[in-house]
Design a protein around this ligand. Sequence first.
Ligand SMILES: Nc1ncnc2c1ncn2[C@@H]1O[C@H](COP(=O)(O)OP(=O)(O)O)[C@@H](O)[C@H]1O
Ligand SMILES: [Mg+2]
Length: 310
Amino acid sequence: MRHLLEKKVLFFGGKGGVGKTTCASATALAASHAGKRVLLVSTDPAHSTSDIFEREIGPEPIELLANLWGLEIDGALESQRYVANVKQNIQGLFGHHILQEANKQIDLAASMPGAEEMALFDRIGGLIRGEDTRFDLIVFDTAPTGHTLRLIRMPELMEAWIRALSRSRQAMLGIEQDDKTDPVLISLTGRLEGLREFRARLLSPRVSAFMLVLVAERLPIEETARAIVQLDEAGVTVGGLIVNRVLPASSPDPFLQSRHSQEVIYLDEIDRRFSKLSRVRVPQLPSDVHGVQTLEALSEMLVSRSQVAT
Ligand SMILES: Nc1ncnc2c1ncn2[C@@H]1O[C@H](COP(=O)(O)OP(=O)(O)O)[C@@H](O)[C@H]1O
Ligand SMILES: [Mg+2]
């Protein structure tokens, strides 16, 4: 999986508990060792990068190790920041009365369902566009699959929505008005350009890839199959599969032997169904992955292991 380290944006997705955080962290660590300046971003509300690195990670990047920074983004907090920012942006645009009314509307909009997701999307968009030039690679440890796929489709939806807003603003101003001077249109055009860039980087196989993490069990396999279809539909490159927590093939323990013989059936199914994608198997370690030392061992396996033959 060494080729992944050349990307600019990597997502790690999959069902809850399969090892997204673990694999994202291990890959980020591997990339930092390869000399990349890496930002590991957690967008899962159940943040656990703090646990794995045994450090408090917050809404601004902090340096965890040489070349490796961590960031945990939280929808509620981003939403507050977003609202404050929007209010500031419109400050100069309108008179006092309209401004008061607009601020009221903004507060209302911010309390609507989906507002936090939107704010999260905005922050992620900035990161994917490469606004923070300190980093060569951004690794996203995402929330379980459904939530993340919605976020990935959002630039497309937002573009359509902003285009519609621009059209209605143009209609309101009338054709004789020079579009280039209207602050609302200028702001909408700016948003549109940002979204286009976001989408272009997200859809570029050179820039971005989505890694799917799974374990050799029925439900994760089905969820992976669905995610592949949806990522394909959205035009996002699937970078490969990480089959995590693979049990040792030979064990004197009858319980492990029995688990393994069951697992082999699923491992075969994974190889058969996903033969077009690169796959890497990561063994079940004797204990949880905590702290940098275990992570180092895992990151070594992730990048240097030969891929399963396709
Ligand atoms: N290969 C592995 N061997 C042993 N424990 C693992 C392995 N991968 C993950 N774990 C453990 O499994 C739990 C869930 O992993 P995590 O990465 O947090 O999953 P997710 O982010 O997908 O919810 C954690 O306690 C982690 O330490
Ligand atoms: Mg996690």
